[in-house]
Design a binder for this molecule. Structure first.
Ligand code: NAG
Ligand code: NAG
Ligand code: NAG
Ligand code: NAG
Ligand code: NAG
Ligand code: NAG
Ligand code: NAG
Ligand code: NAG
Ligand code: NAG
Length: 895
């Protein structure tokens, strides 16, 4: 009925004449005019209302307050929804045909959490709709049982980055028979897709289901859709391949991405024998998928551009008998990393005029030498051969071999010889990693001083030497320079300027740097991380260090630095400060050298600091404090207990006296590092190429916790998981507060070598997580509370050298510890059935476990070593798991 709109417009134009001639029908004309103005400018009322409803249903759903959630301005300016932004109508019918509703309210939630909701029936108002992009609204998209079924003309549907919730909803989308493109990635979909899902979408060309939590087998129907060109089911939890239908796989495929699932079974490239258009295939991250690529005599009908087979059960003969790979002459991206491929390094990949842009064969067992690459790889932009067995030298003409490289990663091999200065001639280079090789000689200074493109330079853990920074004092590096673990020597340049973008890193630890730490003439405003640990720096810290105002992490541990800490007018806003293992002395001024408002981890252990420790209580955000092995004195103030984020505190081996404040039992161990973003500050940027992903996280050397004369280095996640208190080797006295038993998350407690008296609190039985409990060398008396036999995580336990009496534990984990844990007590006896001991009463005879006098000193080292060993085991098992989980294999290797 609205098809006649142009006719109304015609009447409108002739109106003056008609007015004169037909005054009698004026009312009627006016009525018409009303209709005219309404219809000619307007779209369909129900479509307009539906659009406003859709917008309103998302309003107020954004994270950042009222201004963020808004209806697009033009939607309020006029009634004609066909003229609105993001909306397109058919010229003929004036029905809405296209809706571009991505990020409709102009704001992406920071946390990517879904909020707001939209009932899909809102779209039933648009019967002519052909294109609907509703992506990135982070709304619960509620698909009724009819779903979008009315939209029979819909060809393009994008619901990605919303919340979809249940895989069974896809059933109703399967009725949109005109669909050519369907995007459902990042929709938080869970469950199993129906086996015949989408089988009626006979014209579907593009389907993206990636980044959900879909389980079960990959539906057979996905592979046999007659027109399907692009299928992406990456990053789900799919388990099985529908191998019976794979022999009928649709020959229209161009892209097949089934990476990062849990697929097992076989995947045969023979299935792809009719796929003449195939360009990209990604099977990476399916560790249990056995992939067969080589079939004698088979010449594939396709020429791949991208072949990604990282970390999967790939045919180990892919290089040895290169039937398949040798047929692919157009490859641009090849990723065979993380596969334990052995044998000789495939130099034939580097043929003259190779089309490769990105090549990653890192983390295999390949041997050979870079000298085998003879022809110039003019197209190559990124190459990783890291973590292999590559030996030999870096070719002197390396810049003519990789003239256009942006990323070169040869780390973790056994490459020897010098670093050729020709590397500097690769003017496009942004990332160079030569760490963990056997390189020697000096570092060509042009790399860090005259290469304005280079962002990252890593030469850690080689045998490089010579003056640090080659005497240069002008750094061109933009992100980070890692020289650690070499033999660089000499003094740091007095004048040092740099080009760091936001968050610069200099890591020079583990070298032979000497002289005084004097940064008075440094101009490095964006230096965030400075690690000079484990060198031979001497002298006092020059007060000029206060001018490094941007610095967030300072590690000068294990040097010979002496004197007291300078007092800065504006204390350094450090997150991490490690000065352990120096000769530093003097009192610590609150808010003096470092800001009490920022410090998260503080290690001042193994110095000669003096004074009381009351300043600790001002460190409002601190999580880790180690002040062990200094000369701090005075008492532990109850004010310490205000530190709500404190997780690890080591005050051992000082001269602290007085009682332990009971409120320590109320430390809440709040906040996780991820929640507070403390540690991720150093991960703000990265490089991402096809087959490559590098995040420039500062490789935190970690902080240490001492227990049993052994120290454990730990990093980010450890501090989330680990809670430990070490007050050992002081002069603390009084009774052990039973409140400590409230610390149910505590993993390590060391109160040994103090003057504690009284009983072991029975409340310690509530420390259900405790792995190491040392109360030895005190003056504790009474019986070992029977309740302690409830503890089940203990790896280390000692109550040796006290005045305990009564029975040795005969139940639970405590009964498994041998005499070294109990020796040196006058009256501890073995329990036996029926004896007074079993009832827990006091002893009435000498114990046969009584140790010989004078045995204490001799036995201690053995005790400590043994106990520490078991603690190390359980500890590394935990950390190993954590790192596996969050960083993947590379991180574990770095441990
Ligand atoms: C609809 O009209 C607009 C403006 O008059 C024109 O630019 C566009 O090409 C037309 N579209 C069709 C499909 O005819
Ligand atoms: C969606 O809207 C339709 C029609 O207005 C209604 O029948 C249905 O119950 C709604 N679904 C939900 C989950 O709110
Ligand atoms: C998905 O929905 C179906 C039926 O609508 C239900 O049986 C199933 O439990 C749901 N699955 C999940 C994971 O919620
Ligand atoms: C598949 O989806 C993932 C995640 O959404 C994306 O990273 C990847 O590039 C996609 N694959 C292809 C071939 O486009
Ligand atoms: C493969 O396709 C052929 C012909 O189209 C059909 O007869 C056969 O049943 C299909 N096989 C499977 C496993 O779907
Ligand atoms: C695959 O191609 C072969 C010929 O190369 C043909 O005989 C066979 O029918 C094709 N299979 C399918 C499923 O199209
Ligand atoms: C690669 O390097 C060569 C020689 O340096 C140059 O001529 C060519 O333009 C570069 N190609 C690209 C894609 O940058
Ligand atoms: C830091 O110290 C100053 C002065 O001692 C104090 O006013 C401030 O509250 C402290 N900040 C925190 C976070 O404790
Ligand atoms: C105590 O047990 C450890 C193992 O936990 C063992 O190595 C050690 O030799 C034992 N010591 C004695 C004195 O039995």
């Amino acid at each position: 009925m609205y098809a006649g709109a142009p006719d109304f417009r015609g009447i409108h134009l002739r109106r003056p004449d008609h007015l004169k001639m037909a005054m009698a029908v004026r009312g009627c004309v006016l009525l018409l005019l009303l209709a005219v103005s309404h219809v000619s400018d307007a779209c369909f009322t129900e479509e307009r209302i539906a659009l406003l409803q859709i917008s309103v249903s998302l309003l107020g759903t954004s994270t950042t307050g009222a201004s963020a959630g808004r209806t697009p301005p033009t939607w309020l300016a006029t009634d004609d929804c066909c003229s609105w932004e993001r909306v397109a109508c058919s010229n003929d019918t004036r029905r809405v045909t296209r809706l571009h509703l991505s990020v409709l309210n102009g704001d992406l939630p920071e946390d990517s959490v879904c909020r707001g909701k939209l009932n899909s029936t809102a779209f039933s108002a648009f019967p002519e709709l052909q294109f609907l992009d509703f992506s990135m609204n982070y709304a619960f998209f509620i698909l009724g049982s009819d779903g979008l079924a009315g939209l029979s003309k819909l060809r393009h549907l994008d619901l990605s980055y919303n919340c979809f919730m249940n895989a069974s909803y896809t059933e109703s989308l399967g009725r949109l028979v005109s669909l050519e493109v369907l995007h459902l990635e990042f929709t938080a979909m869970v469950g199993t897709l129906p086996a015949s899902v989408f089988k009626n979408l006979r014209v579907l060309q593009e389907l993206d289901l990636s980044n959900n939590q879909l389980t079960g087998n990959l539906p057979a129907s996905l592979f046999t859709l007659p027109r399907i060109e692009h299928l992406n089911v990456s990053q789900n939890l799919f388990e099985g391949i529908p191998w019976s239908s794979m022999s009928n796989i649709s020959s229209s495929f161009r892209t097949l991405d089934i990476s990062m699932n849990k697929l097992s079974g076989n995947f045969s490239f023979h299935w792809l024998r009719n796929l003449t258009n195939l360009e990209k295939i990604n099977l990476s991250g399916n560790v249990q998928l056995a992939i067969g690529v080589n079939f004698p005599g088979w010449t594939p009908p396709f020429q791949l551009k991208e072949l990604l087979l990282s970390d999967c059960g790939i045919d180990k003969s892919i290089f040895a008998e290169p039937h398949f790979l040798r047929t692919q002459n157009c490859l641009e991206v090849l990723d065979l990393s993380n596969n334990s491929l052995s044998g000789s390094f495939p130099s034939w990949l580097f043929a003259p005029h190779s089309t490769l842009l990105y090549l990653n064969i890192g983390n295999n067992l390949l041997s050979g030498s870079l000298d085998q690459i003879i022809s110039a790889q003019t197209n190559l932009l990124a190459i990783s051969l890291s973590l292999n067995r590559i030996s030999g030298h870096l070719p002197a003409n390396i810049s003519s071999i990789f003239p256009n490289a942006t990323l070169l990663d040869f780390s973790g091999n056994t490459i020897a010889g010098e670093i050729p200065s020709g590397l500097c001639n690769i003017s496009s280079m942004e990332y160079l990693d030569l760490s963990n090789n056997n390189l020697s000689g000096e570092l060509p200074s042009c790399l860090f001083a005259d290469h304005p493109i280079l962002k990252t330079l890593k030469v850690s853990n080689n045998k490089l030497g010579g003056p640090v920074l080659g005497g240069k004092n002008n750094l061109s590096i933009r992100w980070e320079i890692y020289l650690d673990g070499n033999n660089f020597e000499g003094e740091l340049p007095r004048y040092l300027t740099g080009n760091f973008e936001y968050t610069g890193t200099m890591d020079f630890h583990g070298n032979k740097l000497s002289g005084k730490l004097d940064v008075s003439l440094w101009i490095l405003p964006n230096l965030w991380t400075l690690n000079l640990a484990s060198n031979s720096l001497t002298g006092e810290i020059d007060a000029s260090i206060c001018s490094l105002t941007g610095i967030k992490l300072l590690d000068i541990s294990n040097n010979n630095i002496s004197g007291s800490l300078p007092n800065c007018n504006n204390p350094l806003e450090l997150l991490f400060l490690n000065m352990s293992g120096n000769l530093l002395s003097g009192d610590i001024a609150p808010h003096g050298f470092f800001s009490n408002a920022t410090v998260t981890a503080l290690d001042l252990s193994y110095n000669q600091f003096t004074g009381n420790i009351d300043w600790i209580q001002t460190l409002g955000t601190v999580r880790y404090i180690s002040l062990g092995s200094n000369k701090f004195n005075g008492q532990i103030s109850p004010n310490l207990c205000v530190l709500q984020y404190l997780r690890v505190i080591d005050l051992s081996d000082n001269q602290l006296s007085g009682p332990l404040p009971p409120c320590i039992g109320d430390l809440s161990f709040q906040g996780t590092s991820s929640g507070l973003n403390y540690w991720n500050l150093f991960c703000g940027r990265g490089i991402q190429y096809p087959a490559f992903r590098y995040t420039s996280c500062y490789d935190q050397r970690g902080f240490r916790f001492f227990t049993k004369y052994n120290l454990y280095t730990y990093r980010q996640n450890f501090i989330d998981m680990f809670h430990g208190l070490d007050f050992s080797k002081n002069m603390l006295s009084g009774e052990i507060p039973p409140e400590l038993g409230h610390l149910t998350d505590l993993k390590a407690l060391n109160l040994s070598h103090n003057n504690f008296v009284g009983k072991i609190p029975a409340s310690f039985a509530n420390m259900s997580e405790i792995e190491s409990l040392d109360l030895s060398h005190n003056k504790l008396s009474g019986a070992i509370p029977r309740q302690l036999s409830q503890l089940s995580s203990l790896a280390v336990f000692s109550v040796a050298y006290n005045n305990l009496s009564g029975c040795l534990p005969d139940a639970g984990q405590l009964s498994l510890f041998n005499m070294t844990s109990f020796e040196g007590n006058m009256d501890l006896r073995e329990a036996s059935p029926g004896s007074v001991c079993a009832a827990g009463s006091s002893p009435d005879g000498p114990s046969r476990w009584q140790p010989g006098a004078g045995g204490e000193e001799a036995r201690d080292p053995a005790l400590y070593a043994v106990s520490a060993a078991s603690f190390v085991l359980s500890f590394w098992a935990t950390v190993g798991f954590i790192f596996c989980h969050s960083y993947g294999q590379r991180m574990v290797l770095k441990l």
